[in-house]
Design a protein around this ligand. Structure first.
Ligand SMILES: *Cc1c(COP(=O)(O)O)cnc(C)c1O
Ligand code: SF4
Length: 446
């Protein structure tokens, strides 16, 4: 039975990866790992990475640090500390200074989304969109491997005040009892499926009580299906996990596994396919989402193959995200216009069943903003956008326009089109006048 074996900074030199890399690549991985968390594992290394294609191989790029992930000056500084075998405290101080410049908490997650109950704020919960509460169980805050583009990276290095996690589910249950409008709980991390099935059961069972009948959908956000599919097939408690899924479904809840797949390679091995099959047999639905990033999946053919392979396995394509404004963003980012073209061309290549993927989507402070198109309207080139989710749900589904910007890579770089001062959802005199002035039929059918 294959055993899970992580590869990280402290065992890297003894791993099977070391002998496959040249001197320069080894050093780069160690230098970057001083700042950004690094973890891969033997399954990824032996079965997903094609070593003849390294360093360009997408799975190598996905889990191993690359020199371009730090600004040149930062890289050189960390390289000197590495070469001079600087003291741990010195390395740490330099690394923390760089980390703080990498926007460790994007989207105002901590300030704006942590809910309160009877005057107390509840760590480990986020409630941003009316129907869905996010829950971060303390024991699920790591992953079987770390994506180099991860927007949760700050949780994996202990920057003080950057971690948020709940020790148990009491607060979650109390909060949900007080909030009958919540229909979905999304258990996330890190990766909740890093937890043993017994621990996961302690978190899930309280959600199945009759008092929480309004919580109809339980979602598990995970990358285990890609990074360690043995979790569902051959791990000691794989069968317990599937039984637990089965019970959730038998109690009348929808169990949605929100699977993070970045590349069709992750669906190519027999164990990866078996994992999906077993999960679906338990009654869970599997949905697929990932960001589009350079060096990994910035190609419409890759997305078309990912979506159509997924559909053939019974997985529903869900979101295609734009990489968030955090961590080594510069290494992975691309203009929004390019992300849109990749998504559009991928969609053209697949049947309607695989066109259920919505995107490209930016999870930004006001909500989840989708790029619907790039068009010329009233003589101006514009991005046509809408909210799929919003802090105020009245904003959802109202197309709005931003001035086209060929270089913009994130929502906050966009300006309103047509010379307006604000977008309709931004407070201020005259906000939203243009859209509100349209007859309702037009406002919804553009
Ligand atoms: C994406 C997201 C959700 C879930 O949104 P759905 O559109 O229902 O999948 C919930 N909360 C937050 C904070 C999110 O970013
Ligand atoms: S699986 Fe998700 S949380 Fe874990 S490293 Fe990757 S992006 Fe981050």
């Amino acid at each position: 039975m294959p055993r899970y074996r992580p590869i990280h900074a402290s065992n890297f030199e003894r791993s099977g990866v070391w002998s496959r890399l040249d001197e320069e690549q080894r050093e780069a991985i160690q230098v970057v790992a001083q700042v950004l968390p690094f973890r891969s594992n033997e399954y990824v290394v032996e079965q997903l990475i094609d070593w003849r294609r390294v360093p360009d191989d997408p799975m190598f790029q996905l889990t191993f640090g690359q020199p371009g992930m730090l600004d040149e000056a930062d890289y050189l500084q960390m390289r000197d500390l590495w070469r001079n075998r600087a003291e741990a405290a010195v390395v740490r101080r330099a690394a923390d200074a760089i980390r703080r410049r990498l926007n460790p908490q994007p989207g105002g997650q901590v300030e704006s989304n942590v809910p309160r109950l009877e005057g107390r704020s509840l760590p480990g919960l986020q409630h941003k969109y009316r129907q869905t509460v996010l829950f971060f169980p303390a024991k699920g805050q790591t992953c079987h491997a770390y994506c180099t583009y991860c927007f949760r990276w700050a949780q994996f290095v202990d920057l003080p005040d950057m971690r948020f996690a709940a020790p148990q589910s009491d607060d979650l249950v109390a909060y949900l009892e007080a909030h009958p409008e919540v229909t979905d709980v999304l258990i996330t991390g890190g990766d909740p499926l890093i937890m043993s099935s017994a621990v996961l059961r302690r978190y899930l069972e309280p959600l199945l009580s009759d008092r929480l009948a309004h919580v109809r959908n339980i979602r598990l956000g995970t990358k285990s299906l890609a990074f360690w599919p043995q979790r569902f097939v051959s791990d000691g408690d794989a069968d317990d996990l599937l039984r637990l899924c089965d019970e959730v479904v038998a109690r009348g809840r929808h169990l949605a596994v929100m699977a993070h797949y970045s590349h069709p390679l992750e669906l190519s091995t027999p164990v990866a396919r078996r994992a999906v099959q077993r999960l679906r047999q338990s009654g869970a639905e599997v949905r697929l989402q990932a960001p589009v990033v350079r060096h990994v999946n910035d190609d419409s053919a890759v997305w078309a193959e990912l979506w159509s392979t997924a559909v053939a396995l019974g997985i529903v394509p869900y979101y295609l995200f734009v990489e968030r404004d955090t961590g080594p963003k510069r290494y992975f980012e691309m203009p929004l216009a390019r992300a849109f073209e990749i998504c559009r061309h991928a969609r053209r290549q697949v049947s309607g069943l695989a066109r259920s993927a919505r995107g490209p989507v930016m999870s930004a402070h006001p909500g989840k903003v989708r790029i619907l198109g790039i068009e010329e309207v009233a003589g101006e080139r514009v991005f046509v956008l809408d909210f799929l989710q919003a802090r105020d749900d009245a904003w959802v589904g109202r197309p709005f326009f931003a001035r086209f910007d060929a270089d913009a890579t994130w929502f906050d770089e966009l300006q309103p089109a047509f010379g307006e001062e604000r977008f309709f959802f931004q407070a201020g005199p005259g906000a939203g006048l243009r859209i509100r002035a349209l007859p309702p039929i037009l406002a919804t059918s553009i």
